[in-house]
Design a protein around this ligand. Structure first.
Ligand SMILES: NC(=O)c1ccc[n+]([C@@H]2O[C@H](COP(=O)([O-])OP(=O)(O)OC[C@H]3O[C@@H](n4cnc5c(N)ncnc54)[C@H](O)[C@@H]3O)[C@@H](O)[C@H]2O)c1
Length: 264
């Protein structure tokens, strides 16, 4: 068991990647604090994991006292907090024409500002337990797509936050901070988004090579496997690192043969 008796708070863990991380953590011996917005989805996962392994709090992480309430729940229920996974995010499309200042502020508030507040509120516990933080970013942190402008900016900021705090908190307190940047992951939410966009039901079986050399997307469990490694003691003093879990290099990419010459 790689996370035996660790207490781990995972935001946005009622669905998708966060849910897969929660299940993998429990499988590795951890207790998890579940969080999200959809109470029904939370109750389902809570029932599956059991009260001996989990606690849940349905709260919007942008609420003033959300971070405090979540950390307090971990301490009340399991007496400590060893790790925080900032996973909750709003995954929204917007471009230069549609990203108003208010919209950008809202996206940053959920995807970036709340994560910082959660780290700050968790810090005393993390210091006491030599704990760590894992931020779930996105491959879009490296620049992103035209129609993911606000989202990409938020994930770029998160990546700098990881590198900054991963250095300062580790040097000063021994608290590691790392990030996983997932590539394209096939989650239930992703299926719903594509259905709403009118795409055929098996769109994920017919992916262009440029996005998916493996001809498939990542499974949430594959991201969770990376999360368990970074959360566990087995990764030693790794801190301030950003792990891209993608099928191709974001820098120095070999384009598929069919693209050769097209840029010359
Ligand atoms: N699915 C992908 O292809 C992909 C790729 C790269 C990165 N990611 C990242 O992975 C993480 C998880 O996303 P996912 O794909 O599992 O999608 P998801 O929509 O299933 O998960 C996001 C969760 O966060 C919750 N959430 C959103 N706003 C919240 C708020 N204000 N307060 C509390 N909870 C809130 C949602 O209710 C949901 O449960 C996100 O950080 C996302 O940016 C996903």
């Amino acid at each position: 068991m790689r996370l035996k008796d660790k207490v781990i708070l995972i935001t946005g863990s009622y669905t998708g990647i966060g849910k897969a991380i929660a299940k993998s953590c429990v499988r590795e011996g951890a207790k998890v604090i579940l969080n999200g917005l959809d109470d029904q989805a939370g109750e389902q996962l809570y029932a599956e994991l059991g009260p001996e392994n989990s606690a849940m709090l349905t709260i919007d992480i942008t609420e003033e006292d959300a971070a405090e309430k979540l950390v307090d729940l971990a301490v009340e229920r399991f007496s400590k907090l060893d790790a925080l996974v900032n996973n909750a995010a709003t995954i929204v499309s917007s471009n230069i024409r549609t990203t108003s200042s208010d919209f950008l502020r809202k996206v940053l508030d959920i995807n970036l500002v709340s994560g910082l507040a959660l780290i700050e509120k968790s810090l005393d516990q993390l210091i006491e337990n030599k704990g760590n933080v894992l931020n779930i970013g996105s491959i879009n942190a490296w620049g992103g797509e035209p129609d993911l402008l606000a989202y990409s900016i938020s994930k770029g900021g998160l990546m700098t936050m990881t590198r900054n705090l991963g250095d300062s908190l580790f040097r000063e307190y021994g608290v590691r901070v790392n990030q996983i940047n997932p590539g394209w992951v096939l989650t239930d939410n992703e299926m719903q988004i594509k259905a709403a966009q009118g795409m055929k039901s098996d769109w994920y079986r017919d992916l262009p090579d440029i996005f998916a050399p493996a001809k498939r997307l990542f499974a949430p469990e594959e991201i969770a496997a990376g999360a368990v490694f970074l959360l566990s003691d087995e990764c030693g003093p790794v801190s301030a690192q950003v792990m891209d879990l993608e099928q191709f290099p974001m820098i120095g990419r070999n384009l598929p043969k069919s693209w050769e010459g097209s840029h010359k």
